[in-house]
Design a protein around this ligand. Structure first.
Ligand SMILES: Cc1cc2nc3c(=O)[nH]c(=O)nc-3n(C[C@H](O)[C@H](O)[C@H](O)COP(=O)(O)OP(=O)(O)OC[C@H]3O[C@@H](n4cnc5c(N)ncnc54)[C@H](O)[C@@H]3O)c2cc1C
Length: 319
């Protein structure tokens, strides 16, 4: 999902970056299609967050008001309007409507980015990095099954980032498991992306993707019956026509999460040539393209597209 307006809580420090991340895909999707022939499935037709009881209305309305005050398109739909747009949903006492939020297909995005990188001369090597080597305050190599001499290394190993040896300081990135369920999208319902407080539903191709859990389960990517049941119970409220429908598949992934919930993006203090691009939590797809752009600008010592001082690795290492 590309949902900065849905995910943001008031004056969230990631709000502006999230919007820039979302909007960057407009150009990138067209460029990738032209250059690689791969469609990343960009869909910008809006996301709604429903109030499923009256108590949720003030919080959602104040989120709408705050975003409008900042000059962004965001609407409050009353219960009748929400029912009109999504007659198939369960209880809806109103909805926050973010007309520019949307989604893409992350698998196609990765395929397109890989193809584009190779087209531009990158050589992709499948290896697991175990260690970073450095000498005299400068990175010299990445070591895995093989050794790769280099002047620059970007640590972008998701929840596993802190496991790489040779980093100058411990890295606070922990895995938070998220389980997902896919069901057949009901043929009579138009494509949509809907959230409520406890889950979300997204149409992709012929499937309805529903999620997700937020669990501290270490590096365990098992799908559990409790996790799936929780998602299906919430889905029965969000989309009653899917109630009792047999899932097509289930899976789980690990979000890389930092103690303050902000990604870690920037140079490692005290070690030239080492860069971090990790800890993106729930928003790593939304922020993938903008993070790539920012890291390339930092490495080239150019001004960055967005101010990322709040994401600096130094915030953890002032001792
Ligand atoms: C259920 C679920 C739903 C989500 N929904 C959304 C969403 O709607 N929108 C959104 O923006 N984000 C979403 N996220 C979050 C998003 O998936 C993550 O933030 C994002 O994947 C993080 O990207 P990353 O590249 O940092 O890490 P990852 O995607 O985890 O990729 C890290 C890669 O590094 C590899 N690796 C690990 N260690 C090494 C090593 N030592 N050497 C070499 N390679 C290594 C791993 O195998 C992996 O391929 C969701 C996450 C989950 C689990």
């Amino acid at each position: 999902m590309l949902a900065p307006q849905i995910e943001a809580d008031g004056a969230d420090p990631l709000f502006e970056l999230g919007l820039a991340g979302r909007d960057r895909y407009r150009d990138l999707a067209a460029e990738l299609l032209e250059d690689t022939g791969i469609d990343i499935g960009l869909w910008n037709e809006g996301i709604a967050q429903l109030a499923t009881d009256e108590q949720q209305i003030p919080e959602l309305k104040s989120k709408v008001a705050w975003q409008r005050q900042q000059g962004y398109l965001c609407d409050w739909l009353d219960a009748a309007e929400a029912r009109d747009r999504w007659p198939w949903t369960g209880p809806a006492f109103g909805a926050l409507w973010a007309p520019h939020d949307g989604a893409l297909d992350p698998t196609s995005l990765v395929r397109a980015l890989r193809a584009d990188a190779e087209r531009r001369g990158a050589r992709l090597v499948a290896d697991g990095a175990t260690r970073i080597e450095h000498q005299d305050g400068r990175v010299t190599a990445v070591v895995g099954a093989d050794r790769y001499p280099t002047q620059h290394v970007v640590i972008a190993a998701g929840a596993w980032s802190g496991r790489i040896e040779g980093l100058p300081r411990p890295l606070s990135v922990e895995p938070v498991r998220g389980q997902m369920v896919a069901l057949p999208w009901p043929a009579e319902i138009p494509r949509a992306v809907l959230y409520n407080r406890d889950c979300y539903l997204l149409a992709r191709g012929s499937e309805a993707l529903a999620g997700s859990t937020m669990e501290f389960a270490g590096f365990d990517t098992a799908v559990t019956s409790q996790g799936v049941e929780r998602i299906l119970a919430c889905l029965a409220t969000l989309c009653p026509p899917l109630s009792g429908v047999r899932p097509l598949r289930t899976w789980a992934g690990l979000r890389p999460v930092t103690p303050d919930g902000l990604p870690i993006v920037g140079p490692a203090p005290g070690l030239d040539g080492l860069w971090y691009a990790t800890g993106h939590g729930r928003n790593g797809i939304l922020l993938a393209a903008i993070t790539g752009l920012i890291i390339s600008q930092l490495v080239a010592r150019e001004p960055t597209h967005e101010d990322v001082s709040l994401l600096s690795p130094e915030r953890y290492w002032r001792w």
